[in-house]
Structure formats: C-alpha cells, structure tokens
Design a protein around this ligand. Structure first.
Ligand SMILES: Nc1ncnc2c1ncn2[C@@H]1O[C@H](COP(=O)(O)OP(=O)(O)O)[C@@H](O)[C@H]1O
Ligand SMILES: O=C(O)C1=C[C@@H](OP(=O)(O)O)[C@@H](O)[C@H](O)C1
Ligand SMILES: [Mg+2]
Length: 186
C-alpha cells in the first residue's frame, strides 16, 4: 500500500481535503482532474466538449493504470469509482476513503460551478438522481466511509490522517481489503 485515494461525488471535498491532507502528512498530492488538464492542455469542459465524456473516462482509467508507484494522496474525480476496473485498481494499490456528504451540502457547493460540465448541462433533480445512482459504487470502492456532514475540512482531514497513521503503525499492514483490521473493514 502506498497511495491514499479520496472518492465521492462532486463537491464532497476530495480536492480540498486532499490538499490539506498532503500538508498534514507531508505526502505529495495529485488531483486527477488537474493531472488530466495538464496532460491534455485543455480544461475539463473542453475535454468533454471535444472528445466526449467516454474519452474522459478512459483518460481517468489510464491515469490509474500508469501513475507512478509513489506514496501519495490522490483526489479522484467524482466519476472515477463508477468503473469496476477503476475500483479494483484503487483498492489494490492503496487505501480508499469515501467522503460521504449529503446532497444538500453538495448542491450548495457545486450549483454555480462552471468547471463541472455535468452540473452545467443538468437540472438539480438530474444531479440528485446521479448522486443516488452513484452512491453504492462509492461505498463499494472504499475501505473507509467518512461522514463529512457538519464536519469542517480540518476535522475530516484529521480523521483521515489518524486512520492512515493507525494503519501504517500495524506491522502486518499490507495493501488490499483483506489486510484491513476487522473492526474497521467495510
Ligand atoms: N466538509 C466541508 N466543509 C466545508 N467546506 C467544504 C467541505 N467539503 C468541501 N467543501 C468545499 O466545497 C467546495 C468543493 O470542494 P472540492 O474539494 O472541490 O470537491 P470535489 O473535489 O470533491 O469535487 C470547496 O470550496 C471546498 O472547500
Ligand atoms: O463526477 C463527475 O463525473 C466529474 C467530477 C469532476 O471532478 P470533482 O469530483 O472533483 O468535481 C470532474 O472529474 C468532471 O467534471 C466529472
Ligand atoms: Mg475535485
């Protein structure tokens, strides 16, 4: 195990918490969206517009398949945990934390964001349906479900750092779901 992945719906805090967690743990931080933007030289809306969503999804999978073997924190994009292949890649190469936020909080944070093409092209109720449709996949991908409701960015960050520290202290800790202590395994 050397990576920590943050998964969850748009606006649950993956990017913001990943950055803070990196500061807290001194591990490097990568935001998948940012990496894809750098590589293509295009914004996320431009990628969706030019190549279509499916090609963007392939780029996400490519990232997971090819990203260097380094101890680090990775904020995924909100769609990453939807592919079974991606869930497997993440679980086999690290610890996966699902940031579980209520839709009401999420919508407040993302409703006016111009950089999320799915939000741009959908109504509130369509985005809520997508949230419900995706929910189980996030859970399935995760070793830990982190309830973020009424918790500040610092609180959530500290909780994840605590779990990382606790697990790295275990002499027999190895990657993958089976190695998780029973009490915390999902
Ligand atoms: N627990 C939280 N408390 C307060 N603000 C939050 C919390 N989680 C996320 N936010 C805020 O919501 C916005 C969207 O978060 P972001 O990290 O971009 O989400 P994601 O990367 O999961 O789409 C940011 O402004 C972030 O600071
Ligand atoms: O949920 C999604 O399908 C997406 C989430 C976005 O990332 P965030 O979850 O960081 O907003 C970004 O990858 C893209 O707009 C698609
Ligand atoms: Mg993000």
């Amino acid at each position: 195990m050397n990576k920590v992945y943050l998964v969850g719906f748009m606006g649950c805090g993956k990017s913001a918490i990943g950055k803070r967690l990196s500061f807290y743990t001194k591990l490097p931080f990568y935001d998948m969206d940012h990496e894809i933007v750098q590589k293509t030289g295009m914004t996320i809306p431009q990628i969706f517009e030019t190549y279509g969503e499916e090609r963007f999804r392939d780029m996400e999978t490519e990232f997971l398949q090819t990203f260097r073997d380094e101890m680090c924190i990775i904020a995924t994009g909100g769609g990453v945990a939807m592919r079974k292949e991606n869930r497997k890649l993440m679980r086999e190469s690290g610890l996966v934390f699902f940031l579980d936020a209520p839709f009401r909080d999420i919508w407040r944070r993302i409703a006016t964001d111009k950089n999320r093409p799915i939000v741009q092209r959908s109504t509130r109720s369509e985005v809520e349906k997508l949230y419900q449709k995706r929910y189980n996949a996030y859970k399935e991908s995760a070793h830990f479900v982190v309830l973020t409701r009424q918790r500040s960015l610092s609180k959530v960050t500290e909780y994840i750092a605590f779990q990382m520290e606790r697990l790295s202290g275990k002499p027999d800790f190895q990657p993958g779901p089976r190695s998780m202590p029973r009490s915390t395994q999902k």
